[in-house]
Design a protein around this ligand. Sequence first.
Ligand SMILES: Nc1ncnc2c1ncn2[C@@H]1O[C@H](COP(=O)(O)OP(=O)(O)O)[C@@H](O)[C@H]1O
Ligand SMILES: [Mg+2]
Length: 540
Amino acid sequence: MGSVRTLNNKAATLFENTEMDRGPIHASRGGALTDDVADQSVLVFGPFCMSITERWLRKDTIQLNLSSRAFDILAVLISRAGSIVSARELFEIVWPEVVVEASNLRVHIVALRKALSDGVDGLRFVINVPGRGYMFVAPVKRASSMEDLPLTLQPQNRLPSIPRQLFGRAEAVEKLSELVLSRRFVSVVGHGGVGKTAVSIAAAGVLRPAFGEDGVCFLELSSTTDPTLALAAKLSIAPCPFNCINTQDAIVRFLKDKRLLLVFDNCEHVIDAIAPLAARIFDEAPSVHLLATSREALRANGENVEFLPLLEHTTPGPTSHNIAPAVQLFLERAAAAGGPPSMCDADAPAVLEICRRLDGLPIAIELVASRVATHGLLGIAELIEQDAVLTLQGQRSSLPRHQSLNALVDWSFNLLSADEQQLLMKLSTFAGSFTLEAVRSLYGQSDSEGARTAGALSGLVDKSLVQVSRSRTALYYKLLHVTRTYCAHRLERQRSGQAEPVMKTLGGGDIHEIQYDGTVTSVIASPHQSDWASPALQAS
Ligand SMILES: Nc1ncnc2c1ncn2[C@@H]1O[C@H](COP(=O)(O)OP(=O)(O)O)[C@@H](O)[C@H]1O
Ligand SMILES: [Mg+2]
């Protein structure tokens, strides 16, 4: 660090007596920076920025490794941009009180030019003036805010991989890509594991030609608590040394004249932060298009919500010509995991029943199908019957919250308010579909309790944990099998004061069933006897 201090002292001399104001530095003007400015400024030239006092040089945002001497030489030359600096002066400043060979200076100048790609694409930075010395010839300006920095978008041409074949989602992908192009801001909303990420990645792939190879930026948010910082980092804005400007302002300024598709994946846990950010980008960056995935709508200005339904699972089974997408997914995953490559007519009812019991939820189907080789079809059906399906382990390469259905629902459950958590556990006592009146009659009898219950129920619907169906006269609600099983276990644990998980068949507590005349009865039957896909209900 000796050379830093020496350079700073010497630089101070260089920087004194300068006529330079605080405006841009141009090579043609000659002169140098004041000591004060040199201490604080970030200097920008070509695609580079540099801090003399903090001793770094970056290209775009990548820090370059320059030797200490080469850095000192650059600092001296740049502080006298447009003027010739003799070799003698350079020796005095960079190697004070040391006698060095002339070749040393040449070696470091060569290294410096190499680091700056001097001469490539016609860009010149350091030239040799024969017999007189060296001169920094590129325009240099002093950056006073992030927008002065030579930021360029790093290539974002990699989208995460998705299954080669997305069953039953061709229309959804097409519709989504059209909406993103025409409306600019779309959120795909649905239950965890329903395929929001997969469908959005497929749509982003379709849209890539419209935005260019580097024009699609995919931001996975599940492991971040600060989406603004995560986006800044993705756009290579975060390493900027300025703290005088708010990061969100910097992002918006950076994006305002860019054409880009930004995909925000898994927004649910940072929804309060991502909603205003997305709304600002939508308002202030007119050529930026936004695609978000979330278990809950962002409720942000400009947003168009697209609900992603469960996979179709009611049409005929494995050997039919018109195989339901849920069944196709099951068969493909079962075969990929070493299960039977094709199934026969006799298997059809069991496969259909499994897909039905799992409500056509892709993550659940994928997970159980991968266990067919171990447990067989009947074994899988039994696991579902016993609710042991929650703890089946999926692929190790999946996101942690996709490795088991327990983890999947846990992630959503932990994002709920206390009221919503309590209500969701209680709702698991309904064996099938239920109405708000039924819930109120059991759990919210006073007016204030009733209002709280209605509020919590609507929160659960918003967060995709309670599904809504509509008959001609009423709204019906229901929980998916995995949600219900998870909540029933939690309720049982809460009631018995147990801390550790209990994985056993439901049925120990109350089970409520609603009749279609609106009355609620307590039943002791297995909850699975109830048919959630009652023909009395039409999917909303
Ligand atoms: N239609 C589909 N066809 C094949 N696999 C699917 C389909 N939908 C979802 N998947 C798979 O199911 C799992 C969960 O999907 P994902 O998109 O991550 O759900 P979400 O984002 O809604 O939580 C992933 O492994 C995904 O590849
Ligand atoms: Mg997802």
